[in-house]
Design a protein around this ligand. Sequence first.
Ligand code: URP
Ligand code: ZN
Ligand code: ZN
Length: 465
Amino acid sequence: MRTLISNGTVVTAAGSYPADVLVDGELIAQVGANLAGSVGVDDTIDASDKYVIPGGIDVHTHMKLPFGGTFAKDDFETGTRAAAFGGTTSIVDFAVQSRGKTLREGLDAWHALAEGNAVLDYGFHMIMSDVNDESLKEMDQLVEEGIPDFKLFTAYPGVFYSDDAAIFRAMQQTTKNGGLILMHAENGPAIDIVAAQLVAEGNTDPYYHGVARYPVFEGEATNRVIRLAEAAGAPVYIVHLSVIDALNAVRDARDRGTAAFAETCPQYLFLSLEDMGDGFNGAKFVCSPPLREKDPNWAELWTGLRKNDLQVVSTDHCPFDFHGQKELGRGDFRKIPNGLPGVEDRLDLLHDGGVVGGHISKERWVEIVSTEPARLFGMYPRKGAIAVGSDADIVVYDPARKRTISASSHHMAVDYSCYEGRSVQGASDVVMSRGSVVVRDGQFTGTKGAGRFIKRGTADYARMA
Ligand code: URP
Ligand code: ZN
Ligand code: ZN
């Protein structure tokens, strides 16, 4: 199958230019002017007045994550299908090592969830719940198998929490095997004290989830894990960074020359603590780290993205229905499953708020939603590029089309949207995964199970810092 995408503006992290793109089979065969005469073209997509961008890569999703006695609603079929509608063509999901089990058992379970179900290509990070001699050895094997990153938590005591010794040991291991430690950096034990005090005082509404998780608890943990990484001589990546206290810790580290990287998420750029204030409705916005005060955090996060102290915007997609799941925490915010839906809306929110809103260029937009995730997570230039030989994961993007976000029209398997009624400018017209059109003009044309496991490499983190 040969497809010609004609008359578009190719937008990459490095620059934008008018060009046609010829796709042959699963790969990009040619990028250049006037390819209209190419022989043997089966399908032509007119991209006049549209951007032609590498498909989005969301390196932080949780399909079917077990949390608080329930499971995130999206599975690999519904979640990747929704991602495709939003112009994302690859995800990296978090496989979970349960306490007392091996990394291998967790990984096998995630392969079983994804294989035959995902409509898009997918990779895995590994959540480590037990750091011991066995699991440290297993890390080396996983790096070999294309799972080179491991998430540890300073939050959620009794669940995913690791102490400093465990984190330090895992970091030391990555200095030997070339992998990367991803850190959820919030001081969980301190948060639990404040949360218990708030509940004892009768402050049980979702809003107090946000109150209990002080910004300094994220700032302190971020600084601590970066210092531990420096001591181990390891690179480190801070996930879902939400607040200026943590951003400053990353900035300071990068100024010292440390290979410290960080992502933020749309919810920290477009939603705030105020959204959590509407009685139990606020449960729709319960995630960790929590939503923060708008000022000065939103502006600082945009500055961080512009200046490359933040390299990636992922979603931390982890949807729970309001009815029946978030409701588990009525009367005690600590029992609300943590996480928000978002995999479908990332590109459009970032285009609307970031590019149209004047915070970032369209080239930086492509960089933070696709190219840099590919580079940092060992997929570049196979993914994240419009270049000859790259996978034909391509989005024909209409920068002018407006749409309204709503649970009534989204494709995520969840009964609400955090952005209900919000109008955004910019939408995906055609989405291609390895040369196959998976979404065209609002219709899904992909195939359950067509997604393949992405065996990822390590990256040269020191050079990328
Ligand atoms: O609230 C969140 N972020 N839920 C998903 C689990 C995690 O910590 O990433
Ligand atoms: Zn986390
Ligand atoms: Zn997460």
